[in-house]
Design a binder for this molecule. Sequence first.
Ligand code: SF4
Ligand code: SF4
Ligand code: SF4
Ligand code: FES
Length: 903
Amino acid sequence: MALKPVTTPDVEAPNIELTIDGEPVTSKAGVSLYDVISQTGKIIPAMCYHYTFDPFGSCGMCLVMVEGKKAPVRSCTAKAEAGMVVRCEGEDLHAARKKAVEKHLTIHPLDCPVCDADGHCELQDMAFQHGVTSLVNAKPKGLPEDRRSLVLDFNMNRCILCGECINICKDVQMIDALQFFKKEGTTHVVAKGDNPLVCEFCGDCLAVCPVGAITNKYSKYVYKPWQLKKTTSTCAYCADGCQVHLETSGKEVQRVTSPLSWKNKWGDRAETAKGHGGLCVRGRFGFQYIDSKERLGRPLVRTDEGLVPRSWFEALGLAVERLAVIKAKHGPRAIAGLITARCTNEELYLFQKLMRAAIGTNQLDSSARYGHLNFTRAMQHAAGVGRMMNSYEEITKAKALLLIGTDVTETHPVTSLRVKEALRVYGAKVIVADSTLTNMAKLASHPMAIAAGGEGAFIRALVKAVVEEDLVDEAATSAAPEAFAALKRAVSKMSWEVLTARSGATRESVVEAARIYAEASRAVILCGEGVTRRANGYANILNLVDLAWVTGKLTKPGCGINALPEEANEQGAVDMGVAPELLPGQASYAEEAARARFARVWNVSLPDDAGASLMEILARCRRGEIKALYLVGENPLATLPASTGVREALEKVDLLICQDPFLTETGRLAHVVLPACTFAEKDGTFTDLQGKVNRVREALEPYEEARPDWEIFGAIGTALRYPMEYENPQAIQAEIMKMLPGYYNLGEPRRVEAKPEGYLAKHYVREVAGRYAEEPPAGKDAGPFSLIIGQVLYHSGKLSTRASGLIKLYPSKGLLHMYPSDRARLQIGDGDAVRVTSARGTVELRTEANADLAAGTCFFPEHFNEPAVKDLVECRVDPTTGVPAFKLARVAIAKIGAERTPA
Ligand code: SF4
Ligand code: SF4
Ligand code: SF4
Ligand code: FES
């Protein structure tokens, strides 16, 4: 139970005593009386209340009698006061509540047989609970349904004007897309301005609507709630780890619902700091790929006629036979494998075991290589921390939040709600440094525009500001005087002129951000792809470690450094050791003792070479050293730019095996294609960005002949004469538990503690100068525009493009987003095509205006390859981690037909 409004987590409100139904109760002053009553275990009706937002007091159901008051009091909006004597039950209260129900019902359409909420409706429950048996005076409103939104229909005949939809959108989402609006003599809930609803489509309003006034277009009239089987699982899109209820009938997913619901309205307001139980648009409305007709139903094998369906026996037999022949002829190092971090922990563990123990190769990698490994490797190296340092609660209760290079409402919408709560409820200072005016920048107390690709320079500038403005923490720096002296030397060599030019931030704004961060008692850094997926991503994180260390924030509770991994289980991929440099538990593969431990348990001798990660694997494929490549859920042809030589690599190998729920661009080149299950068809776990291990549960039978990845790994390993027979994912879990005791005990993530002492004493002085050395300026032929290739809210990688619900909201339009004045300057209109040219080539496409971009930048969504804008980008590989950076390029843009490119 928390104060309403909660202003600061640091101030303890005084305790008060009051009496509820004759029992003495202790509470905090100023808290909603309804919360105090609920805390005693009494549940009184409340149709407009939800613990996640401030009470509204519209439904008239939560009535109680307070001594000294003549009429019943609405307990949700009444504040608890010392000495209050409260009565919650009695015939008078029952009658008053019954009257409120009747009032709502007399204007209700009573179309329950055709209402999606039938059987899942609080008004039905209340009518039943209060014995409402006659509705002779009912006068339904007779309003037409508002079907203008792409996803949600609003039936105002059924609306009881509780305001929950409006309040959750305003308070929790801070989107404020809905309002009450009077028209035709009746109050309606409409999108702001009575326009068609255009919002983030999180569906939280749908989730809390207690009646059937808001309905989901994607599953309307196709079920009755009691016909659906409900399976609780974990969303497979991003790393926020949201719990989803997959509601299925037969072989189809009918809808996805969330723990956030009007049914779960009783909770502790302070608990929302740990999450509010809702979903984002991807999790709630992006389920159609699961039972899509485009799924691969049978294995395919390449013949002279192309890829043709074959039995599992034949396809798997062929794959195994050819793997065995290649291994016998060329050795295990002629084989490599890549796996998506959308697989479960158990599958990721088994994959690396298959590659290392059954096949004998250390050439393996996962999609965590696309950025998250820059973070975990740097944090391990400097602080002995292998994941995000802060929990949702710590983010929510931070005094200062520094967001760099993360469009968090697009990439991690549910994590973004923690930042929003920090802002709105706890009054945190929020700095958002980004080239785009992101949604979070619009809400932030301190939005700071920086240059596209200027994140690294901005971080270096912050460190310089902290040192020069004497914002350092004496205790932290004096514990490592040599390291601090080396840092001072390194930053003194950087000029403000260069730093401000590179970062795009003014010196004043850098100093202001540094001061806010350094002076906050709890300061949290959140960064995203603008930091980890850029060239120098590893060094960027080490520089953030410098910032946190010298300000005393690295080891202080409530402070920390966090990078947001994109895919659902990137953290799991790192933890399960799916990287040549790591063993399960993030043990170093280079350490002989660690290798020996796993070799003993797996009963093999492990390859003792450094192996190869993603980009080196592709290079070895091109050179003919790797003859067989096994891809699990990875589609490098669609992900990587042409400049990486990915096509040449894939076309060169003798054996390409693709295991995926869909036939992808890469799959079309394969010799063997194996149909895999989606997350909805298997059991297992994902590890979310907080380090929580969440259950994935089978909601559907596998699609046609698709099989779970773990089962396929087991079959291949066993066929290669290495026993990998697991009855179920629990058996794999049991093995992981033996190797990594405690891994599955993370119901609440354990706090990770930074231990930088060894790093500061041993490696620091040698390494620091290089990290602050000046970057070479962009080449002379670099174009005048920065092209950013990035994520949008409605999509996650390429998987979401298979979800018809998300494609409806955000189709592939093939348009380049440009800043309006740039378009005007180049005289580009909506129908005009432009030529975008980089050192890597030219692409022609049309444009659309996007006023949130900075002048001189343009944007293309990474989810679509039509046209192939990604191929304009040069890939730069991080020298330490092998992470490829390919999301940013300098380009020239010219209107086709214009005589020459204006500068
Ligand atoms: S779907 Fe989400 S953003 Fe849109 S109106 Fe509802 S609560 Fe607001
Ligand atoms: S639409 Fe639903 S949640 Fe919104 S005010 Fe009406 S009944 Fe309440
Ligand atoms: S995509 Fe991420 S934020 Fe959205 S529901 Fe799934 S896990 Fe949650
Ligand atoms: S719950 Fe108090 S008035 Fe609705």
